[in-house]
Unconditional design. Structure first.
Lengths: 112, 114
């Protein structure tokens, strides 16, 4: 199976809280896992990415946690701000031709 | 400014009337791709191109055509559009087709097929 399952579909968090978005995959051949952020009227933009040889990666307030044995990875946003309100997509890269398989997306709202 | 430019941004048309959505990138990227975005389904790849004159089907290629005659341009062609092709379309490019490359997206084209 080539799917990437993302949850939740939507999420509302108070400013300063830590939203967590989860993704699960089935194909153990995936070897690159990016997160993209999309604002209304814009295309997705790469936020942060991880490879399965590390369990965690931080860039500013954004952290990816990766559990290879469970085939799951998640995005955490520390000290969330209203400007973080966007749709977030996880993805996994197919190693045969480097195509990205995308999760369904999570619409995140950070309340002031 | 490095960018991927799609045109038009919005289009309402009728079933069967051929249309082309243009995509151009100014970053000298080798890899280009077309996606459609539908609620609850994320992004699904339609076609991709690893380099000039090299194109291949993605996951949902039916009803679409592409060409890559120049490195910078990758138009998407709907020869006979149908209502089930109503969607938000994105063009993307990356430096190469090698793994782990960030994809740069255009701002999207919203197509409505009546």
């Amino acid at each position: 199976q080539q799917q990437v399952k993302q949850s939740p579909q939507s999420l509302i968090v108070q400013k300063g809280g830590i939203p967590i978005i989860n993704c699960a995959y089935e194909n153990t051949a995936f070897d690159y896992f990016p997160w993209y952020q999309q604002f209304p009227g814009k295309g997705p933009a790469l936020l942060i990415a991880i490879r399965p040889d590390v369990s965690e990666k931080k860039e500013g307030r954004f952290t990816i946690s990766f559990n290879k044995s469970a085939k799951q990875f998640s995005l955490h946003i520390m000290d969330s701000q209203p400007g973080d309100s966007a749709t977030y997509f996880c993805a996994a890269e197919r190693d045969s031709n480097y195509q990205l398989i995308w999760g369904a997306g999570t619409k995140l709202i950070i309340k002031p | 400014e490095a960018q991927v430019t799609q045109n038009p941004r919005y289009l309402i048309t009728v079933t069967g009337k051929k249309l082309t959505v243009t995509c151009s990138q100014n970053m000298n990227h080798e890899y280009m791709s077309w996606y459609r975005q539908d609620p609850g389904l994320g992004l699904r790849q339609i076609y991709y191109s690893m380099n000039v004159e090299v194109t291949d089907k993605g996951d949902v290629p039916e009803g679409y055509k592409v060409s890559r005659k120049e490195k910078r341009n990758f138009p998407l062609i709907l020869e006979s559009p149908s209502p089930n092709q109503t969607s938000l379309y994105f063009c993307a490019s990356s430096l190469s087709s090698m793994g782990g490359q960030p994809q740069h997206f255009g701002d999207g084209t919203r197509l409505s097929i009546l």
